[in-house]
Design a protein around this ligand. Structure first.
Ligand code: KG4
Ligand code: ZN
Length: 366
């Protein structure tokens, strides 16, 4: 079967077409077409995603990208068997553009529509690698599974049981990890999206051999909720601690942020604080739930320090958990992951959903 997937939950307009070459538990996919059009450049002046502009851009981009992706895939839309569309979580005005677009296609061509949860998409994003074909092999030996989903809007630990049954065991009580990276980047005068920028600075600091003991005590930051008994996170206090730190440093020297060295130290300490907390809680959950497979997904999963630390800690603790991260090009939002998640939804239900029930849900939960 051939699946068309549409993703418009935030600032990326993404469309993909995949062919399921072999169905069943060990499903084989072929990527026929795939495109992600980022609006980052348009949102930079606002220092973050501006929903009304995201909506306008999606509406403009969707028909153009669809035409290109179908051309890449060398198929006519009539040959598509089902359409997967992200219905949440995300920015509602942005989500609606994808949904309305898909409903119009359905009206014209009667192709069934599958609503997809964006976070479930991130979970499935670990399967495609460099090649055009890939296998999604989810078998009983992989459970219980745990997923750490870390993006600009979410930070959650999800327990996955056989049959892809989800139970959220922890989440952020305020800011998401990616959001904290973006806000701290702004405080340091770095461009949006801030995650990669802050991380680059932190890496330079670490490469200089500056570990925690060589840091100026006044820039040491808290590790919020690291020792709380639950699996929740909180990054808003950490963000405020950076705000106060920058304010105090500026009081002493108004030009302090022109000093790249200081910025690197703050970036490094901030990244350490976020990653330490994420890794600590994930390891704790792996032990408690005897997790066999860990899947890390979402924009922040691109963070190389997070990847390194997670693998190191799992090894150090002698845990046998197999750990998966998406390929670099699939850590951010894309439609390929929506196509895979859509296939599994469709397979379970054996049909699309009633169109009237397909709505944008900004806070949709797994
Ligand atoms: O999943 P995603 O592309 O969009 C959402 O659904 O939110 O995640 C975007 C987030 C942004 O906050 C961005 O700063 C963060 O992921 N991010 C990173 C890195 N690359 C992207 N955060 C830390 N380190 C990175 N290397
Ligand atoms: Zn995302």
């Amino acid at each position: 079967m051939k699946i068309l997937a549409i993703e418009t939950s935030c600032d990326e307009t993404a469309i993909a077409v995949v062919e399921v070459k072999q169905e069943g538990k060990k499903a084989k996919f072929k990527i026929l077409g795939n495109e992600v059009s980022s609006q980052i450049a348009i949102h930079i002046p606002y220092g973050g995603v501006f929903p009304a502009i995201a909506k306008r851009e999606h509406i403009k981009n969707l028909p153009l990208i669809l035409e290109r992706v179908l051309k890449q895939a060398k198929i006519k839309i009539e040959k598509v068997d089902a359409i997967a569309v992200t219905t949440g979580p995300g920015l509602e005005p942005a989500l609606w553009t994808g949904i309305v677009f898909v409903k119009e296609i359905n009206k014209k061509y009667k192709i069934p529509v599958i609503p997809v949860n964006h976070m479930e998409g991130h979970l499935f994003s670990i399967f495609p690698k460099k090649s055009k074909t890939f296998t999604v092999d989810i078998n009983k030996t992989m459970f219980p599974m745990l997923s750490l989903l870390v993006s600009g809007g979410h930070t959650e630990l999800v327990l996955v049981k056989d049959g892809m049954k989800y139970k959220k065991i922890g989440q952020t009580r305020d800011d998401a990890a990616g959001e904290a990276f973006d806000k701290v980047a702004r405080m340091l005068g770095l461009p949006y999206p801030g995650g990669p920028e802050v991380s680059k600075m932190a890496a330079i600091e670490r490469a200089d051999g500056n570990n925690i003991s060589s840091r100026i005590p006044e820039i040491l930051l808290p590790r919020p909720m690291i020792h709380s008994k639950d699996y929740d996170f909180s990054f808003s206090g950490l963000k405020t601690a950076v705000l106060y730190l920058v304010r105090d440093l500026k009081e002493k020297d108004p030009n302090v942020l022109e000093n790249t060295n200081i910025k690197q130290k703050i970036a490094c300490e901030f990244e350490d604080a976020v990653i330490e907390t994420l890794v600590h809680k994930t390891i704790k959950a792996i032990k408690e739930y005897k997790i066999k497979t860990l899947i890390v997904g979402g924009g922040v999963s691109a963070n190389t320090y997070l990847q390194e630390q997670m693998l190191q800690k799992i090894k150090k603790e002698k845990l046998k958990t197999k750990t998966y991260f998406p390929s670099k090009s699939l850590t951010g939002d894309n439609a390929l992951m929506i196509a895979i998640a859509g296939y599994y939804q469709y397979k379970n239900k054996k049909q699309g959903s009633r169109l009237s029930s397909i709505k944008a849900k900004g806070n949709l939960s797994l």
